[in-house]
Design a protein around this ligand. Structure first.
Ligand SMILES: Nc1nc2c(ncn2[C@@H]2O[C@H](COP(=O)(O)OP(=O)(O)OP(=O)(O)O)[C@@H](O)[C@H]2O)c(=O)[nH]1
Ligand SMILES: [Mg+2]
Length: 357
């Protein structure tokens, strides 16, 4: 019927207008539509998309409990003090952003709440991992279109999808904390390589220098003329030096016209997020990375990677949906039973099923 169809269209238009006008209530509602993959989600996104692309996206990832949320809060404050607007997306089932006492520091949070220049949203890690990164990307687009100048995305660096979400940001922070065992957590998780800035938080704790040294050694071991970007589960090697040797010719992208001096140096920074120590210096470093990327053309490359990733996710999800819709009801159950009885095998059954579509 026409009525619900019409209401849906009106809703999407009103929500999109609200997002673009910076209406927080409508922005929150629009995000809920995206999260629930509601009928209006695509319509809203289509209406605001042209207005996105100005915000700088900052990914924050690292071991659980390393202090990411505390750091993100302190960073948001620092950005506010510098006169920039900030949105925060936390992908974390146990995110303290939704808990009553935020980050155990009510005073700090009170200064952020009620400030129209800050928007904080936490997202549940439900659904498929591909779905998570698609939804997150869409929410970031909304916040960007809503005019937030910096959009910070916090993910726990444990799964491929979480790491990918953070890794496709313009600037990626990998957060580490001392005293979490003998080895540096990020090395184990393999997320060090996506960091543009490495942060050792909880610098008030013993063992901080040891952790800093371990990270700096890792940076030296890694060929420091290259940057790695995860793309389609592959690692894209970006050679930022003109005369650099490329050892993985097949999946490499090269930025040309670069001078040795133009190379971005990944550095290790110390913070005590709880006390705000080192946070201003970290913000300045992020801003320096932003400037560097714009001047070097790397931001364009990253944008291409992010868009390609998003597009691929959408196509894959849609193909999945279309194919599954064409499998007759009961056909899967029959096949499962036949495979169980060893009348056929899963590969033959899958091939037969797809051939029939
Ligand atoms: N000593 C000390 N503790 C800190 C610091 N920053 C955060 N913490 C504490 O570390 C604990 C974890 O902080 P969170 O900010 O929730 O850490 P997280 O990385 O977001 O945690 P998950 O999202 O669960 O992975 C909290 O109890 C914080 O108060 C710091 O600079 N020094
Ligand atoms: Mg957290």
């Amino acid at each position: 019927m026409a009525a619900p169809q019409l209401r849906r269209a009106v809703d999407a238009e009103a929500l999109a207008q609200g997002v673009l006008a910076g209406d927080r209530l409508l922005l929150a509602r629009a995000i809920t539509h995206i999260e629930n993959e509601g009928a209006a989600a695509h319509a809203i996104l289509g209406r605001v998309y042209a207005h996105a692309g100005c915000g700088h996206i900052i990914g924050v990832t690292g071991a659980p409990g390393s202090g990411k949320s505390t750091l993100v809060t302190a960073l948001a404050q620092s950005y506010r003090a510098a006169g920039l607007t900030v949105a925060v997306v936390a992908i974390d089932p146990s995110s303290p952003f939704t808990g009553g006492a935020l980050l155990g520091d009510r005073v700090r949070m009170r200064t952020l709440s009620g400030d129209s220049g800050v928007f904080i949203r936490s997202m549940a890690t439900r659904g498929s991992l591909g779905g998570l990164s698609k939804t997150t990307g869409d929410v970031v687009t909304l916040l960007d279109a809503a005019g937030f100048e910096r959009v910070i995305v916090e993910t726990v660096g444990v799964g491929q999808a979480e790491v990918e979400i953070a890794g496709t940001a313009h600037t990626t922070l990998v957060v580490e904390a001392p005293g979490m065992g003998d080895e540096v957590q990020a090395i184990k998780a393999g997320i060090l390589e996506i960091g543009d800035i490495l942060v050792v938080n909880k610098a008030d704790r013993p063992g901080v220098e040891r952790t800093v040294r371990a990270l700096e050694m890792m940076l030296e071991i890694e060929n420091d003329s290259t940057r790695l970007i995860r793309h389609h589960g592959q690692v894209l090697r970006v050679d930022a030096s003109r005369n650099g040797v490329q050892d993985s010719a097949q999946d490499s992208g090269q930025i040309e016209g670069h001078d040795e001096a133009d190379r971005w140096r990944v550095t290790v920074m110390k913070t005590v997020a709880m006390a705000g120590e080192g946070v201003e210096a970290l913000r300045e470093r992020i801003e320096a990375h932003r400037q560097h990327q714009r001047a070097s053309g790397e931001s364009k490359l990253r944008e291409q990677v992010r868009i390609a990733h998003a597009l691929e996710n959408i196509v894959r999800a849609e193909l999945n949906r279309r194919i599954l819709a064409r499998i007759p009801a009961g056909a899967l159950d029959d096949l499962v039973e036949r495979i169980r009885l060893r009348e056929t095998d899963p590969y033959t059954a899958a091939a037969d099923l797809l051939a029939g579509i």
